[in-house]
Design a protein around this ligand. Structure first.
Ligand code: MN
Length: 203
C-alpha cells in the first residue's frame, strides 16, 4: 500500500486573486507531489508500516525505523500538512466562522479579529519555513501555534483544524517577500465549513 495525492477540490486558478494559479499548480503538482513520492519511496523499504494511517505514523515518529525517520518526518509531514492546506481553502470562502468552532474561537481568543491577529503573528514569527496552525489539544481546547519545516501538530499530540503554509514557495511568485500580505489575504480563502467538520470530527 502507498499513499496517494488527494484530488485538488478546485481548479488551479480558483484561489485567484489571493493565490495565483501558477503558485497553486507548482505547489500542488510539484512540491506536494514530491513529498508524497519521497514518503512512498521511504515506506517501500519497511512493509511493517504499511497498515498504518499517515496520522498514526506522524503521531508516533519513534516507531518509524531510524533509517527512514527523518525522511518520513519531513516528507510524510509535507504530504499530510498540504492535504489539510488544500482542503481548508476554497473559492468564495472567508468571512467569520459560525457554529461550534466559531464559538470556541471567540471564547478562547476573545474575538475573531484577535484570533486572526494571533494566527498571523504565529505565521510571521516563524523564521524560515514552516506553518501556523489552529489546533485542538487532547482536552479539546484550541491553541494557535507554529511548526518548523514540515513538522506537524500531530507530533506534538495536537490535531490541526486549519493551517497556513508560510514556506516561500506558498507565496513568493505573487507576494515576493511580503508574507504579511499573503497571510492577510489568506483569510479570504478559509473554508470554515470544512474547518467546522474537522473540529467536530475530532472532538
Ligand atoms: Mn508548501
Amino acid at each position: 500500500m502507498s499513499f496517494e495525492m488527494l484530488p485538488l477540490p478546485y481548479a488551479f486558478d480558483a484561489l485567484e486573486p489571493y493565490i495565483d494559479a501558477q503558485t497553486v499548480d507548482l505547489h500542488y503538482s510539484k512540491h506536494h507531489a514530491t513529498y508524497l513520492k519521497n514518503l512512498n519511496d521511504a515506506l517501500a523499504k519497511h512493509t511493517e508500516l504499511q497498515n498504518l494511517s499517515i496520522e498514526q505514523i506522524l503521531s508516533d515518529l519513534n516507531r518509524v525505523p531510524e533509517d527512514i525517520r527523518t525522511t518520513v518526518r519531513n516528507n510524510g509531514g509535507g504530504y499530510y500538512n498540504h492535504n489539510i492546506y488544500w482542503a481548508i481553502m476554497g473559492p468564495n470562502q472567508g468571512g467569520e466562522p459560525a457554529g461550534r468552532l466559531g464559538e470556541a474561537i471567540r471564547s478562547t481568543f476573545g474575538s475573531f479579529s484577535s484570533f486572526q491577529e494571533q494566527l498571523e503573528k504565529a505565521g510571521l514569527g516563524r523564521f524560515g519555513s514552516g506553518w501556523a496552525w489552529l489546533s485542538k489539544r487532547p482536552d479539546g481546547s484550541l491553541v494557535i501555534h507554529s511548526t518548523p519545516n514540515q513538522d506537524t501538530p500531530l507530533a506534538e499530540g495536537m490535531t490541526p483544524i486549519i493551517g497556513v503554509d508560510v514556506w516561500e514557495h506558498a507565496y513568493y511568485l505573487k507576494y515576493q517577500n511580503r508574507r504579511a500580505e499573503y497571510l492577510k489575504n489568506w483569510w479570504n480563502l478559509v473554508n470554515w465549513e470544512e474547518a467546522e467538520r474537522r473540529f467536530q470530527q475530532t472532538s
